[in-house]
Ligand binder design. Structure first.
Ligand code: ZN
Length: 389
């Protein structure tokens, strides 16, 4: 059995131990020590990383009480070595994990919901509860969780006997073989858990619940604790400041300013559409009534413009009309319509000739193609002549 130093002191960063075994495993090595501060995966907290001397520890796992360190390089057997855990990473995980206890304890006490899933991800943490939580309720839970943090309560660890456990009220009450480790945050949570936690709740820092959504008939809550919450505040502050500068609005008024801007944008779009329609009426009036197949190349049409122009031309009694809108160097969007003829063969022919795609109904086809204006125009004119004959 490996002696678990992380249970004696969750803040142990450096330790010495005796190397009992080192064997190759695939491209890595497995190292067993007589004691270790490296925590293997458990309680939703993933394994520590760090170093055994100069050899990097990539992963840690436990089987039958023996802890295996997966290292990049071998370490010498039968001698003392120094181990060092990646403390920043471990402390971050303990902050999130202890925060999760407080939030789950509060949710359990208030609603009776159980935490049925905890995921400590590389960006944030999620907790799944077997009941729904509203946004307002979440704000209240968040406030209470932060009260627990500032009270700087001691996180207590105990190993009650089987008899004591029977009468003890705690979360995660499942049949666990051997001793059960109980983690208590006085007034907030009592839970069976095997992972290391911070010693005092003040170490968690800010507990920010950033989201709640419906999930599998219950709720999924997203949380950031400590420096993660600070980093999130920092990033959101940058966004607010830059939006505030862009809108020339006070930081606390950017929502209203963005709302007004959206409204103004909608109004301008309507004005532009109306002006474009009037312009297109003039454009359509320029088309000679002699033509049977009008072919128009346009560069500045917004939204529905190409289709509106096509309809205006057809309304003048011209049999077929193709409108090409420039979308890039030699690339075009097209819409082709006719009052009587099937335009689908025209689209098919165009697509084949000019690497295009698209189709539609007999009276109207739409698509995109690649080609020079003069080549496309020549192709359409040839097609129009053939149709006439
Ligand atoms: Zn825990």
């Amino acid at each position: 059995m490996t002696e678990k130093l992380f249970y004696e002191d969750s803040h142990k960063k450096v330790f010495t131990a005796f190397v009992k075994m080192c064997r190759p495993k695939g491209e890595y090595y497995e190292v067993v020590l007589d004691r270790t501060a490296f925590f293997p995966e458990g309680g939703g907290q993933y394994a520590d990383t760090g170093w055994l001397e100069d050899s990097k520890v990539m992963d840690v796992w436990e089987k039958d009480g023996i802890i295996y360190h997966v290292t990049e390089a071998p370490v010498e057997e039968n001698r003392e070595i120094t181990g060092k855990i990646d403390w920043d990473m471990r402390f971050m995980k303990m902050q999130q994990h202890t925060g999760e206890h407080i939030v789950s304890g509060l949710v359990h006490a208030r609603f009776g919901y159980n935490n049925v899933g905890f995921h400590l991800g590389s960006g944030d943490c999620t907790m799944d509860f077997d009941g729904e939580i509203t946004k307002e309720e979440l704000r209240e839970i968040e406030w209470q969780a932060n009260e627990a943090a500032v009270k700087n309560l001691e996180v207590q660890v105990s190993w009650p006997s089987k008899e004591e456990l029977v009468s003890l009220e705690y979360r995660s009450k499942i049949e666990i073989e051997g001793e059960v480790r109980i983690v208590t945050i006085p007034g907030y949570d009592v839970c069976a858990c095997c992972a290391p936690h911070v010693k005092k709740t003040g170490e968690i820092g800010l507990i920010k619940l950033t989201n709640v959504q419906r999930y599998k008939g219950g709720a999924r809550v997203t949380m950031l604790c400590g420096f993660r919450a600070l980093a999130d505040y920092d990033s959101k502050e940058q966004h607010v400041k830059s939006i505030s500068a862009l809108l020339s609005a006070k930081e606390e008024e950017i929502s209203q300013a963005a709302g007004r801007m959206k409204e103004e944008c909608g109004r301008l779009k309507a004005v532009l559409a109306e002006k474009q329609k009037r312009l297109l009426e003039y454009r359509a009036a320029e088309i000679s009534g002699e033509e049977t197949f009008a072919c128009l190349f346009e560069e500045e049409l917004e939204g529905d413009g190409p289709r509106i122009l096509m309809n205006l031309v057809l309304a003048r009694g011209i049999e077929c009309c193709a409108v090409f809108l420039k979308t890039g160097d030699k690339s075009w969007r097209y819409v082709i319509g006719s009052m009587g003829e099937d335009m689908r063969p025209v689209a098919k022919g165009l697509n084949e000739e000019f690497c295009g795609r698209g189709g539609g109904k007999p009276e109207m086809v739409q698509g995109s193609l690649q080609g020079k204006e003069e080549d496309v125009r020549a192709w359409i004119e040839k097609k129009a002549r053939r149709t006439k004959e």
